[in-house]
Design a protein around this ligand. Sequence first.
Ligand SMILES: [Zn+2]
Length: 187
Amino acid sequence: MSTVPREAGTNPRGLGFVVDLANLSTAQPDFDSDRFRSLLADHGAPQRILDAADDDLRQIRDATRAVVDVLRSEDVDEAAGRLNGLLELYPARPRLVKFPGRAWSMHLDTPGHFDRAEWLCATAAFALGLWLGERGSAAWGTCAAADCERFFVDAGRRTPQRFCSTRCATRVRVAHHRRRNVADPDA
Ligand SMILES: [Zn+2]
């Protein structure tokens, strides 16, 4: 690939991809291959994955749903069990890679006989597993805004994250404020 993947220098690798993929799956469960390919390209997926034919789209969608199930697990033991199940079925093959101008970072190998759904599950399970181990909890969730179903990875240091974005957090805060003012105009 000629371009440096967007996340090559960030840690932990792959979480942005996992969350975007899960959000695509919940918004458009029958996403087409163009949509999937553009998401892969955005996140710097290996060229061989991008070049793959479209005939395994159904497996890709199924694999994505397995990843969504992990993100819906808020209990750390349940999440760890699900991730171990995925790693059992789709073992990750980590290796250190050095992109130009970047520090060494851990990436997943794409074996010659790779299968995109396999690669996707391995990548997601590896990224989420490292994250769970580092944080000691299922440090992700679904947005608390009533009309938003988007997933997020909680990278906060202190209070647990509740919203997918500052946009949702602000929207909810403003609505809450308005309701309070209506209930008690002097507040
Ligand atoms: Zn949201």
